[in-house]
Each structure stands twice: as structure tokens, then as C-alpha cells.
Design a protein around this ligand. Sequence first.
Ligand code: GCW
Length: 675
Amino acid sequence: QTSTMYNMWLQYKIVNENNKDFWREVAVLSNSCIARSIKEELRFALNSMYKIAPDITTNHQAKIVIGVIKEISGLLNGKQKEIIADLPEEGYLITNNQGQLILTGKTDKALLYAVFHVLREVQLGNDVTSLNVVEGPKNILRMVNQWDNLDGSVERGYSGNSIFYENGEIVKDKSRIRDYARFLASVGINAISINNVNVWEEETYFITKKYLPEIKEIADIFKSYGVTLYLSINFASPIAIDGLDTADPLVDKVRKWWKEKVTEIYQYIPYFGGFVVKADSEHRPGPFTYGRDHADGSNMLAEALAPYNGKVIWRCFVYNCVQDWRDRSTDRARAAYDHFKPLDGKFHENVILQIKNGPMDFQVREPVSPLIGAMEHTNQMVEFQIAQEYTGQQRDLCYLIPQWKHVLKFDTHIKGEGTTIEEIVAGNVHSYKYSGLAAVSNIGNDDNWTGNTLAQANLYGYGRLTWNPGLAAETIAKEWIQQTFGKKESVLKTMEEILMDSWHIYENYTAPLGIGWMVTPHSHYGPNIDGYEYSRWGTYHFADRQGIGVDRTIETGTGYTAQYEMPNQLLYNNIDTCPDELLLFFHHVPYKYTLKSGKTVIQHIYDTHFSGYEQVEQLISKWETIKEHIDVPRYKNISERFSMQKRNAKEWRDQINTYFYRKSGIEDEKRRTIY
Ligand code: GCW
């Protein structure tokens, strides 16, 4: 497909005609499936940008030579060989040796990343003939999780249906899967799980011969783009698939069952990545049923996978989802840490714990999960949500890179100053064998993949961050805009502003000061302030006529703050130092409590909600100023989304303001309209 909507950031439109002749002959020396992807990508890109069909040869004298070190060592000097020797498997060197551009590394995967690097530079309008780059990824695991179901639906999907499944079957035409693999590889993603972590009845059979042959086809596609395939599994599979009477991880016949199962999977897919597991979470089965813990559960699978170098990615989203709202001693925020921290050191070396970035659930604002980094002897990775479940569902705009940067930069102080989340998940603080990032994907079978075309920037940016978390949110935005919409100055500037402001704007008109939720139950779109207040999910705000917020302090609250290392523990526990944006997450305060900003809580609520809505109007006006530079389908798509956002922001503004006015009886100082 060649429509602008479809091609995301691989538009291959931006041309620097100067380099055209340079590309007429390209030597690609290897012949693996990844090398074939490289050739295809080059043909497609060069045809699209320069209207040329390059000669793809094995000529060492070509102007561009792409090959792994052992194929081209004759073309490199001693220093360059040393540089490559020091690179990780996926790292690459791009260099100009006497007029010849050389792309090299240790593996074909490295070459693929190098090629996408060069193509990105071309799309950004830069001269590539004199590039000199040495790069390697900061993280080992750079993963996306699909929450796709076999019936074609996508849990928390806002971009149409699945590209993998349709009406209870795996799709026959896999061309979209291939394009998805291209997009992922182009930003450095190297792992994917292709089914929902909630593994329903039929999907349980994915690990049987009924589905494995076709899953192998999908695995092959991803493999040719350097992306390793994982499956989410049902912990109770031995019962569901083969009628065993237990799934107890310490019972021999269960362990044997998994060993045989894993052997069978690897017969179909020798390069299978492993399992993603949601256990004992939101009614999914797990080791708790048998009085076992999560180390027992994951280690059983890890032992079965170890001979094949497979991994267990075990999620820590474990909490009591049938809480009684009357019970104030149970605090959902504490759950992951309370369950997992005591198990540190008990997990096998091919188990990686996957921890959501915050202690609750992908809210617009949460503190960073205190579990990340708290387990010195257990591999960990962070989980983000690219899908905007709680952040506007790809109708409202919310560029999430600034939020993720905020998380990655958070200093846990776990091993003293500078032990940031970024360094922890890179495996630089504790010596993790495997670690990195995972995120719930936001794509579906909509023409533009992501519902709102602007939401493509979140997938793009997530990938770029997994490779290089040091990139600024602005840089990522600029790269994405320029590759996606061209390099017109006004478009670049305006769209960058629109993206960069959007997270704060969304925060302004939704739940205030870190309290979270207040969303419509189940759908999670639109306001319902008390929607979860008397329910079993543990997500309360405790607003009454005097005040609002959750007391999570050590002295009078749930004690959650004690899960943080010093000085963060003090910072949050002490109301005088707790940052405004998280005040209501940590403290219950009267409406007239004065924030560090100098405003009272109630006035802050009114002000941010009035301004949040106005800011949406401003986003729209800004967007309209660049109308003439945007093609019709994308202009229309984004404009429609902005109108939905405007309606949504208005509803949030009026419901929040009215609710708190009625609860508190306190007037808005500016006497604006409250209902
Ligand atoms: O917040 C919840 C979502 C569920 C999801 C769950 C999870 C896949 O609302 O839809 O289930 O998180 O992360 O497991």
C-alpha cells in the first residue's frame, strides 16, 4: 500500500536529489532472510524516493557496501575492526572510507538496523554519503505486546481490529503483518508477543499443533526483520489442553507436561522467544491456586524453556481485584511490591519480571513503581502502554514520550544517586542477565494503523526510546513529523508544539493532581467521577465535603510510601515536600489546602479544567493553520479526532468542576460557569 496514512513514518518521500547517483549500485553481501529484507527495503525506498531501481550486487567496489565484518574486513582499517569487536551483536558502524559508504556489524540484524538508520537520515533530508556513526542499543529486550484475540478483537484496542486474527482464525493474507514487522524493525524493536495476556479458551491452544504451523509463518516474517516471537500462555494449560487434574507447578506430571510442550513448540519454531505470563491477576489462573508463589510458577516454565534459550516474561500486575471499598487497609498501589519483593533471588536467570511503570495502571499521572530496581537479584523490565487506554484512546491526542521520559529519568536512589529507571532496565545498576522495555502496542487494522494518525508518534517514539532512552522527546517528535509529513518549517514547528503540549493538556482536563481514574467504568473513556468509587477494583479518590485524596503515608495511611528508597520515601511521605502533581496520590487534603503553586486544591481543579478545555481549542486552531500542507485523508482523520477530543474535554471540564463545586460548596474565584 502506498497511501500516506498506511505508510506511517516510512513514507520515503523526502528526497535529497544530490545523493541519487550514489544509490545506483548497492552491495549487500549476505544472503540470509534478514539480508533479503534489507534488499527489499532498499528497492522499495529507492524506488519511492528517487524512482530508481538500484543494482543490488556483491561488488566490493560499489559506492555502498553492506556486510557483516567477516565478509568485508578487507575494506576496514584496524581501528574500525576494533570498534566493531567492541559492539554488541545488534550494534553497527556506518562509515565513509575513501568515498565508499560501509554499513557493518557482527550480525545481519545489525546491518538491518544500520540500513534503517541511513534511510531515516535520507528521509530527514541529510546527506548520508559522509555519515560516520557507531551505535548500539541501550537495552537488550525491546518488546511490544499485542493484546489481540483470535476473534479479531483487540483488548484496549482503538485502531480497528487485529491485523493477526479474524473471525476465530489467523489471517491468511499476512502482508500487513510483514509491514508491521518493517515498522518495528525500523525503530529497533526486537521482540513481540502476538496474543493477549488474557489468554482465553481457544487461544490456549496456540501452543498446540492446531495453531503452531501458522504461528511459525508469523514467526518467520518477524524473524526476517530481527523480531523474536513470543506467545502469551494460560497458566492452566495442562488442565485445559490435556485434562490434567492440576496445574500445580511443583507437581512432577505438570512439570513434565510443560517440558514436552516446550520441546514441541521448538520443533515448529526453533527460534521461539518464550512465554509472556499474566498469572493470578484479574481472574487469570496462577500458582496461588495451589498455595505456590510466583517464583515456583515462573521457574517451572523457565526450566522447560532453558535448554532452548527461551525466556519467561512474568507480569507483576498482581493485585486484589475483588476488594471491598469499605476496607481502607488494602491499598492496590502496594500490591506488586508486596507480592514480589520478598521473592528476590528466587527466580531462574531466564525469568524477567515485567513491571508496569506505575503502581496502579497506566494513568495520566502516577508515581513510578517502587518495585522497579528493588530486586537486585531478579531480572526486571518496565512495561509501558502505547495504547492510550486511560489517556484518550487515540481519539484525544496524548503524545506519551514525555511521560515515559519522566519515568526513565526517575532517580530511585536504590544504589545511591543516579540509579535511574533508565539505568536499571538497561541492566547497569544490578547485573541483570536480561532486562529492557515492553509496551502494549497501539496498532490495529485501521488504514492508518493507530486510529488517530498522530498516535503513530507514540509507537515510533517508544521504539526509538528502547534503543536510545537518551533521545529528547522533542527530537523524537521532530524526527517523526519530518519523516511522516515532510520538512516544511511551519508544519514541523506547529506539530511539534501540538505533540509536546498534549500530555499536560490531557492531564489538565481529566483527573487532577495524581488521583487518577474518575473514568467511565469498563470503557475507560470519558468522565465518571464516582464510577469506581464503590467498586471492587481498589481505585478510590475518597472525596467528601471536606477534601480529597488517598493517605498513603507511613504514620496515618497505607504505608505505601515506605516502599520507596530514601530520600524519595521522605519526599512523598511529607506533605510539605510532596510534588503538587502527585499530592492526591499520596495525601488526603482539604479543598482549601494550598499547593506549592500558591493555589488552593479546589482552585487548581477549577483552573486546570477551564484551561484544559481552552488548550484543546488552541490545539485545534494551531492545527488548522497548517491545513494547506497536509494531505486530505490525514487532515480529515486528525481533525475528526480533535473534534471528539473537544467534546470529551468539555464533558470532563463540566463534570469535574460541577462535582467538586457541589461537594465542597466553594465558589470559583473567577466565577466562571459551573453547573
Ligand atoms: O488495566 C487493565 C486493563 C485490562 C488489561 C490489564 C492488564 C489485558 O484494563 O484490559 O488486561 O490491565 O494489564 O493485564
